[in-house]
Design a protein around this ligand. Structure first.
Ligand SMILES: [Fe+2]
Length: 290
């Protein structure tokens, strides 16, 4: 089953957006980040400010394991994204220096996964860590200059991907995802995580971490299977765009996400260019919405 992104989109009215943005903008970004990182409630009664938007976001997320929010502005420091993600979870994941929000900007001069403009793979975030975060939040600061052809997003639920693989008789890929003990490693991991990719309600997956673990273990990566998974995930998902301020909140345990090839618009070669720029955060837990 492929989920229509429009069916999980919450469009926020200008009046509600103004009220929510004014509230988030008045907050001290550092205090907000400290509260979020400590798992403390954000200052003020968030549900009162969000009004009818809060149950709509939770309902979309409960139905599809992801939600798209349109109509809110991107605020400096990622405050709007923190406030929105707090509708679904509480304990925010922190990166170096106690930061909750990261900025990913595409660059023609970098080839690491977070910044390269190349077509991406369906994956889950922080998949080689002992406890991958439950939620990923993304907010668009600058859309891809080549949108709508470039910089598309896709989300597929693990359950829908497995059902599609089963239906098309891809038993090797199914076995790989659900039964096999697989290694996952990123460049920074000191050791390889070993386990089943889909187990205990958590999906951990990225072709590059599979490949990195295979390299370390001295075995060939299962390229055909990785290709099958990517092709099937593309088949059972639908593309959507995030405009400036639009947010995507997704379950990092029950879905895989993807970002299509990005474009770069040079204003003056080589360093003056427009490219996709997003805020990203992760939440360790999630409220029980279903
Ligand atoms: Fe990701």
């Amino acid at each position: 089953m492929s989920i229509d992104p429009d069916s999980v989109t919450v469009s926020i009215s200008p009046e509600a957006a103004e009220r929510i943005a004014a509230h988030a903008a008045a907050m001290d970004a550092e205090a907000m980040e400290a509260a979020a990182a400590g798992g403390r409630p954000l200052p003020a009664d968030a549900d009162r400010v969000w009004g009818e938007v809060a149950p709509a976001v939770r309902a979309a997320f409960a139905a599809a394991d992801f939600a798209i929010l349109r109509g809110l502005p991107a605020l400096e420091g990622g405050r709007m994204l923190i406030a929105a993600a707090a509708l679904l979870g509480r304990r925010f994941h922190t990166y170096g220096g106690g930061k909750v929000v990261k900025i990913f900007a595409m660059s023609p001069w970098r080839n690491d996964l977070a910044h390269t403009a190349a077509d991406g793979f369906f994956h889950t975030d922080l998949n080689a860590s002992p406890q991958p975060p439950a939620l990923t939040g993304i907010q668009c600061i600058v859309p891809d200059p080549g949108a709508p052809q470039y910089g598309v997003n896709r989300v597929v639920r693990t359950a829908d991907l497995l059902a599609a693989l089963e239906e098309s008789g891809q038993t090797n890929a199914l076995h790989f995802l659900c039964e096999e003990t697989v290694g996952l490693a990123n460049d920074r991991s000191t050791k390889v995580w070993h386990g089943r990719i889909v187990s205990d309600g958590i999906t951990r997956y990225h072709p590059e971490t599979v490949r990195a673990a295979c390299r370390r273990d001295g075995v060939d990566a299962p390229e055909e299977i990785l290709e099958t998974i990517q092709a099937e995930a593309l088949r059972v998902s639908r593309p959507f765009q995030l405009g400036t301020g639009d947010m995507l909140l997704l379950s990092n345990h029950r879905t895989l996400h993807y970002r299509g090839e990005c474009s770069i618009a040079f204003q003056r070669f080589p360093m003056d260019f427009v490219a996709r720029r997003i805020y990203v955060l992760h939440v360790s837990d999630e409220h029980q919405t279903h």
